[in-house]
Design a protein around this ligand. Structure first.
Ligand code: AMP
Ligand code: MG
Length: 411
């Protein structure tokens, strides 16, 4: 059997970072920058008020209780060029508004009162003294011109999109979004909306895997379902390899008579067929057709998702220039996890890592706990749907109630 790390390195090594493309900033969430974003403007562009309140000369309010004459109002937006604040005067000012001439401090409205409760009235009284510079945001305090606000290699987040736009960028150069094709194989699979006949089942892997691809921020390409026919599977794989950056197939990689994917992959290109030391998702075929990586995921519904997470997700991340996307954490198994009956086979210890579907929760203090999501058969997709993580059970050995395990969170 192939150790998990070795299998994963092999699969991830089939791909490399894709080329770059220029896109509108607003469409770049989750993509990886291949250029530095350097500011060409000050942010903020001008000195402005940090609070709704009053602009004044702090020399006029060195003691609590100062009362000043109101001479105008400055809203956020365009500066009023005629507005100048002299000694003994104050101006009503809103958060983000430019600082009028003469003003060197702002006081928040909550610590003031106006003579008749109307801010357009003549006088405003300050409860406290007001130090110079109070509640004024200085021009360039966030970003100055020439500053590298986002280095190449940054994966764009919502805040990063905001930063890029705030320094005047409308487009950014990023690693291209991978196109990932998904094809399902199997004579027994039904795609139409009709009752099943004996022996048939619905093609649930393909929509599930397409959704998993989309969650990874890749472009999901539906390559359809093909029967267990060598020529048809071959045509679908070739078409996918031509059109996509990565092809994922479901089914046809185990030891059955109709397991043609591995046969075809071996014929079309470089391919490695592995029995990975994990449960579920032991069989895996991975290689290249032309220069396109192809990963043959097992057909068992749970196995296909586990395989996707362990092998396809890190490969998609590699193509996109990202790190392994799977979050790992330690959690307490409140009720423990049962040992697997297969933990010892013919007296030989099971060398596989078992992945157990669990429901992980965190309390208000950030302490993580986990519980089994239910039945763990590789055909029992319903418990995969209830789970949000996979607990690792080396050798399938039981985990005692209250003991910890490493959990891989589903993307
Ligand atoms: P295979 O890997 O092709 O031998 O399939 C293993 C098991 O997974 C069989 O019980 C298949 O019927 C089932 N299976 C294969 N492909 C799919 C699919 N696309 N959706 C749901 N179940 C599948
Ligand atoms: Mg099959």
């Amino acid at each position: 059997m192939t150790p998990l790390d070795e299998a994963r390195s092999f699969v991830v090594g089939l791909g490399s970072k894709l080329g770059s493309v220029e896109v509108p900033v607003a469409e770049a969430d989750g993509l990886v920058l291949v250029e530095d974003v350097v500011a060409s403007e000050l942010v903020p562009g001008d000195d402005n008020a940090a609070m709704d309140g009053w602009g004044l000369r702090s020399a006029d309010a060195t003691e609590p209780g100062a009362t000043l004459r109101v001479v105008g109002r400055q809203m956020a937006g365009v500066a009023d060029p005629g507005l100048t604040v002299g000694p003994g005067e104050a101006v009503r000012i809103m958060t983000g508004a430019p600082i009028p001439a003469g003003v060197d401090a702002v006081e928040m409205v909550e610590r003031t009162s106006v003579s008749d409760g109307n801010d357009r009235n003549e006088a405003v009284t300050f409860e406290l003294s007001v130090p110079v510079g109070q509640f004024i945001r200085r021009a360039g305090e966030d970003v100055s011109p020439g500053q590298r606000v986002l280095p190449a290699g940054t994966r764009l987040t919502p805040a990063a999109i905001g930063v890029a736009v705030s320094v005047g960028r409308r487009r950014v150069t990023v690693v291209r979004r991978p196109r990932v094709g998904v094809v399902s194989t199997g004579d027994e699979l039904v795609t139409e909306d009709r009752p099943l006949r004996t022996g048939e089942l619905r093609d649930s892997n393909r929509p599930g895997l397409l959704a998993a691809v989309a969650r990874m921020g890749a472009e999901a390409v539906d390559l359809g379902r093909v029967p267990d026919d060598e020529a048809l599977i071959e045509a679908a794989l070739l078409r996918g390899a031509e059109d996509c950056d990565l092809v994922l197939s479901s089914g046809g990689v185990s030891m059955g008579d109709a397991d043609l994917v591995k046969v075809i992959l071996a014929r079309l290109g470089d391919m490695r067929w592995m029995q990975v030391a994990i449960k579920p998702a032991k069989p895996l075929a991975a290689g290249t057709v032309g220069s396109t990586p192809v990963v043959g995921l097992p057909g068992n519904p749970v196995s296909s998702h586990v395989s996707f997470m362990l092998f396809a997700a890190p490969l998609i991340a590699r193509l996109a220039g990202r790190n392994d996307p799977i979050l790992r954490l330690r959690a307490t198994l409140v009720d423990g996890l049962a040992g697997r009956p297969a933990a010892e086979v013919n007296g030989r210890v099971d060398e596989r890592t078992h992945f157990t579907r669990v429901l992980v929760e965190s309390d208000d203090e950030g302490v993580w706990t986990a519980r089994s999501a239910g039945g763990q058969g590789s055909h029992q997709l319903s418990t995969m749907a209830l789970a949000n993580g996979l607990a690792t059970q080396p050798g399938g050995v039981a985990i005692e109630p209250g003991a910890e395990a490493t959990i891989l969170m589903l993307p």
